[in-house]
Design a protein around this ligand. Structure first.
Ligand code: PLP
Length: 413
């Protein structure tokens, strides 16, 4: 066992809510394949269908619109590949995907695959300096050639800088042209109000482990008239589009978590905004010229996710800061990804127009249901020492002529 540590990486994964953990572990002791016809199977099926109703209620959808998956990544892939193939099969002209430049890799890499192997064409939807996609950008991209569009995909909230997108407005624009819209709501669900029915979306991805449920489970919300080509073939579960034995305990834990997270949302959001603002102010007051990226208005938990603080620390490398803070017992994340052993500044920050040098000093701190004032205090106490050492390391590195390597292989979660 290690000593206590401060966890400020809830956007990567958040601890399970006690009720969800209890429900899931109780279910793990129960036998039953939800597709079996005997009593144990039917009992398992009942848990799945009750969980479907609970999940639908929490996200303001119909139970029949909820398809359980293995998580956000699979939901994104099913939405994008499934719709691309179905729309192209119906009309071969429809090969264009309209996708924002700040998406998670679960969307970006899926789109890259379709481009490389399936003849997809991609129109990237640019964002402003806050990371926001404007509905008029979507309109202009569609109007360039409406008949060629297979799907619009814009995330509900960004996983790095927490910017919340105007999803209902974007959906309305696409629907003027009868084009389906998908949103990756993995970071938004349980953090801000997510109403599938009112959003106008055709497809929406959510994930269990971001809302206090288990890892390895999620859902794709798909309107009944959304046509999807399945990615997996087999038992025909989940409206014939997602074959595979359902993970009943995980689905139960996920349902309990999403119900709890949405029920607590208003109070929890205010609590997190207060903590986040104190963290941001404290970091700014530390005297290193720390800046906040994205859409930060003190007190705002609507335009930016309430628990998201994304800091830019001048003169240091985010990865160095991360390791130094980790050594001091504070866990957080950077905005960088690593490609071929070379740390790359975040594609999100670059898309927002941030200079590469500035983007390299990014540090993401994300708060959640276990976060307390003591966590913020611990971070603020650890920050000056970590920044001083990271800045010294940066000066030493930039004077060396040898090429750099890093052990980090992460893409931002
Ligand atoms: N989309 C976003 C915005 C995310 O933040 C993540 C996880 O980090 C995913 C998708 C992938 O979800 P999962 O980890 O459930 O596959």
């Amino acid at each position: 066992m290690r000593d206590s540590f401060v966890y400020l990486d809830h956007a990567a994964t958040t601890p399970m809510l006690p009720g969800a953990l209890e429900a899931m572990t109780a279910q793990m002791a129960v036998i039953g394949n939800a597709s079996s016809l005997h009593t144990s199977g039917r009992l398992g099926r009942r848990v799945v269908e009750e969980s479907r109703e609970t999940g639908a209620q929490a996200l303001e959808a119909r139970p029949s619109e909820v398809l359980f998956t293995s998580g956000g990544t699979e939901s994104d892939n099913l939405a994008i590949k499934g719709t691309f193939w179905a729309r192209r099969d119906a009309d071969p002209r429809r090969v264009r995907l309209l996708v924002s430049t700040v998406e998670h890799h679960a969307v970006l890499d899926c789109v890259d695959f379709l481009q490389a192997h399936e003849g997809a064409k991609v129109t990237w939807l640019e964002v402003d300096h806050l990371g926001r996609v404007h509905p008029e950008t979507v309109r202009a991209a569609i109007e360039a050639d409406p008949e060629s569009v297979a799907l619009v995909s814009v995330m509900w909230a960004n996983n790095e800088v927490g910017t919340v997108q105007p999803i209902a407005e974007i959906s309305a624009v696409a629907h003027e042209f009868d084009i389906p819209v998908h949103s990756d709501a993995v970071q938004a669900a349980g953090q801000v109000e997510v109403n599938f029915a009112r959003s106008g979306l055709d497809l929406m991805s959510v994930s269990g482990h971001k809302v206090g449920g288990p890892q390895g489970v999620g859902a794709l919300l798909a309107r009944r008239d959304a046509t999807l080509v399945p990615l997996t073939h087999g038992g025909g579960q989940e409206r014939q589009v997602r074959s595979g034995t359902l993970d009943v305990p995980a689905i139960r834990g996920f349902a309990v978590a999403i119900r709890q997270a949405t029920a607590d949302l208003a109070v929890e959001s205010r609590r997190l905004v207060t903590l986040r603002d104190r963290l941001v102010r404290g970091a700014q007051d530390a005297g290193f010229g720390v800046r906040v990226s994205g859409d930060w208005e003190p007190g705002d938990g609507i335009g930016r996710l309430p628990g998201n603080a994304h800091l830019l620390v001048p003169g240091c490398d985010g990865d160095s800061l991360l390791y130094l803070l980790d050594a001091a017992g504070v866990e957080c994340s950077t905005g960088s990804a690593c490609q071929a052993g070379v740390p790359q500044p975040s594609h999100v920050l670059l898309a927002m127009g941030m200079p590469e040098q500035q983007a390299r000093g990014a540090l993401r701190l994300t708060l959640g249901h276990t976060s307390t004032d003591a966590d913020v205090d611990a971070f603020l106490a650890a920050l000056p020492g970590a920044v001083e050492r990271a800045q010294r390391a940066q000066v030493a590195t930039s004077t060396k002529t040898t090429s750099r390597k890093t052990t980090s292989t992460q893409k931002t979660r």
